[in-house]
Design a protein around this ligand. Sequence first.
Ligand SMILES: Cc1cc2nc3c(=O)[nH]c(=O)nc-3n(C[C@H](O)[C@H](O)[C@H](O)COP(=O)(O)O)c2cc1C
Length: 329
Amino acid sequence: MSRLREPWELGGLTIPNRVVLAPLAGIGNWFVRLQAKRYGAGLAISEMVSSHAIHYGNRKTLDELLVVRPEEKQSGPVAIQLFGGDPDIMREGAAAAAQAGADAIDINMGCPVPKVCRTGAGAALLADPDRAVAVARAAAEGSRLPVTVKLRAGRRIGQTEGFDLALRLADEAGVAGITFHPRSAQVRHKGRPDYELAAQLADQLPVPLVLSGGMNDAEHIERVFEETGVAAVMLARGCLGNPWLFEQTLGLRLQEPSREEIVDELAWVVDRAVEHLGAVRAARYLKKFYPWYVTRLQETSTIQDAFQRAETIDEQRVLIDGLRQLQPA
Ligand SMILES: Cc1cc2nc3c(=O)[nH]c(=O)nc-3n(C[C@H](O)[C@H](O)[C@H](O)COP(=O)(O)O)c2cc1C
């Protein structure tokens, strides 16, 4: 049996296996997390949620992002990821996330987007380790839950201040774990992650390290997991429209999904999106999701375009029914 199927402990929580769903902005809502859990994820992290938006009572944030459904938790915990650079506001945000049902709080110290970094949040915290420690401590005080931090190797290529900060966070802020994405903020999501650096950090860190970056196929993931000695791996782009990657990574399935499975899964996603946002908003929101599934079906660009042009959920459902009949080109 793959060691990825073994349980592990994170700040007193038992995680049933070592494959984690990444935080994915604009994507990682309750139903995407539920989907990952249905296919075996041991832990799922929410998309990043602004601690300031919680502070100011932003309705969409409170009603749509700060939501944890009981069914998500049936097969393992759920963490809410928060971002922000102000300890007092983080304390309050973390309390609200705990109230919403999160089992753990994850803090984003890796987001490279200028809009986020300009506010002193995300990867900007790599440059201000004292503040980063204060933010992580405040999240633990506010939530009384295990706190993890997700960070990058550094801000610029070749820099490794994220490595040093991870050690300080474990030592001084008492974080329960670290997710390490060993690329610099400068390269965003491009290039080979520095797995050697991750192995060094896993070796030195007194708490579990979850590794993120380049997790696209089961064989590669298993090899990186064994070679680096990390506690767990995190799937991100590799599982977009491809929840089967969880099962494959866990050694529960070898084959690729059939056409029928893919179409059924897409129909499930559409139903959940309507439940989440109502038919009108779901029809817009889902345009981000269709290309992932339609590409897996090896459909033509004409079909891709048809999904992007279809304005209502009913039109989109007709196209999905059509996929059941079509044969791959
Ligand atoms: C569309 C998208 C949204 C992301 N949103 C977040 C986020 O909200 N919080 C975060 O910490 N990382 C975020 N990330 C980074 C991923 O969690 C992950 O670390 C990164 O994609 C590297 O993994 P991969 O190479 O396996 O995709 C995002 C990445 C992508 C592609």
